[in-house]
Design a protein around this ligand. Structure first.
Ligand code: GLC
Length: 470
């Protein structure tokens, strides 16, 4: 699967903002890469308080990005090349500028005064005062994103309508946003202080509390998830649940898959990575990712010299793998906007895709909304057809992936660097450390992080996949 952040993928009309026709113009890149499906981050009408995740019309298209007809055309173009289209479903909140907030305020969560200590995911209180009514509303993210009340049948029905609408437009499934926020403690009781640290990044005021009441209310999960499932029928639903792997089970009872965030935040050591992938692989239907639009890119987190090993890891794990646009050419975090576009500091991972070495990276003929990062260093055109490129490594891995069978069996997880695991007949050996390592892999090397890499002398960030005959 391939994640597209539409504002940063390809601009087709020179306004500096990526759009749906731009995506359509790049479908051949996706086909060449060999991915099976595309997940499009939001393109809906939005005041852009949260990069498009603050939606003012869930069944519309932001006119700067295109029209509903463009969505249909994109679905058709992908289908014609054997690929599927997943949209981003954002069911737990709307933009504060969504007409419902004024016309149907009862669909949100209100109180006369802040009833508890809940914090918003980006920091600060989760309750804000509405200037017009003087009442307080709940927002799990920015104050511009009031939470919907999923205990209300009209909310459930409206979101089911959104799902059905897009399926009717030819869409094949959804990545479902922030699902750990769909069910909260009905009595709105305080979150307790944390006794053990939360394993993923959080602002300090959020990290101080255990979000067991403000989110991930397991007793209330089945109904909303079943409602989404029933609207989606058999279509693919992958949940964004910002929780440790051990807590994903109740979501997977209703979804096809859920992201394993632990991989994103695992220390880059063979023992730590092995523990995370073993836990994730036990889920049966995990979705893996190394980067997305919310966090620093993999190459910037672990070092550019390790990003090829990371690509081999991602694409040899059992389950579903998501590639974030630009990772296939080894893009690193950019400097961000000046002033920043995103209040939560996520510009770095959202710089425009780099198609060519020209100053705007072939992204736009105008002025890009976030500056081009380093297109002269890495671009699709600069790498296509070069066997030693990151792009050709991704293509080779995607081709290999469909032949990998069976579960994951760890062979070596040496804290000094060497990670070796098996998938059926295939053995994967990766050097995640700093020194040279020797790996004994049975069979013939079918993919290597670069031409000529020798398993007997794996340098830092190098790796191979070998297949035993038969
Ligand atoms: C998800 C999105 C993120 C957004 C948040 C609120 O985590 O990935 O970009 O800010 O939900 O919608």
């Amino acid at each position: 699967m391939y994640q597209i952040y539409p504002r940063s993928f390809q601009d087709s009309d020179g306004d500096g903002v990526g759009d749906l026709r731009g995506v359509l113009a790049r479908v051949d890149h996706l086909a060449e890469l060999g991915v099976h499906a595309v997940w499009l981050s939001p393109f809906y009408p939005s005041p852009l308080a949260d990069g498009g995740y603050d939606i003012s019309d869930h069944t519309g298209v932001d006119p700067r990005l295109g029209t509903p007809a463009d969505v249909r055309a994109l679905a058709d173009a992908l289908h014609a090349r054997g690929m599927a289209l997943l949209l981003d479903l954002v069911p737990c909140h709307t933009s504060i500028e969504h007409p419902w907030f004024r016309e149907h305020p009862e669909r949100y969560v209100w109180a006369d005064a802040p009833p508890n200590n809940w914090r918003a995911a980006f920091g600060g209180p989760a309750w804000s005062r509405d200037g017009r009514t003087g009442r307080w509303y709940l927002h799990s993210f920015f104050p511009e994103q009031p939470d919907l009340d999923w205990r209300r049948p009209d909310v459930v029905e409206a979101m089911q309508g959104v799902v059905r609408f897009w399926l009717g437009e030819g869409v094949d499934g959804f990545r479902v946003d922030a699902l750990d926020r769909i069910a909260k403690h009905p009595d709105l009781i305080d979150d307790p202080s944390r006794t053990a640290p939360f394993p993923f990044p959080q602002p300090p005021d959020v990290a101080a509390l255990d979000q067991r009441n403000s989110s991930h209310w397991v007793a209330g999960l089945a109904e909303p998830l079943e409602a989404l499932r029933s609207a989606a029928g058999g279509r693919f639903l992958v949940g964004e649940v910002y929780r440790p792997t051990a807590e994903l089970g109740p979501y997977l009872e209703h979804l096809d898959s859920a992201f394993v965030f632990e991989l994103m935040f695992a220390p880059w050591r063979a023992d730590a990575v092995a523990a995370v992938v073993e836990r994730g692989a036990r889920l049966a239907r995990p979705s893996w990712m190394l980067s997305n639009h919310d966090f620093s890119r993999i190459g910037s987190r672990i070092g550019a010299h390790q990003q090829r090993a990371a690509a081999v890891l991602l694409l040899t794990l059992p389950g579903t793998a998501f590639i974030y646009q630009g990772d296939e050419i080894g893009m690193l975090d950019g400097p961000g906007g000046d002033p920043p576009e995103d209040r939560h500091g996520r510009d770095g991972a959202r710089h425009p895709m780099q198609w060519s070495a020209d100053p705007a990276g072939g992204f736009t003929t105008g002025t890009p909304w976030l500056p081009a990062s380093d297109p002269s260093m890495r671009s699709v055109a600069g790498q296509r057809g070069h066997p030693a490129s990151v792009l050709e490594l991704y293509r080779a891995l995607i081709r290999l992936r469909s032949t990998l069978k069976g579960g994951l069996e760890t062979v070596t997880a040496d804290p000094g660097g060497l990670l070796v695991y098996r998938r059926g007949d295939a053995t994967v050996a990766l050097n995640l450390g700093d020194g040279e390592r020797r790996a004994d892999v049975p069979g013939r090397v079918v993919v290597a992080t670069a031409p000529g890499v020798d398993p007997a002398r794996l340098g830092p960030g190098q790796g191979v996949v070998a297949c035993a005959p038969g």
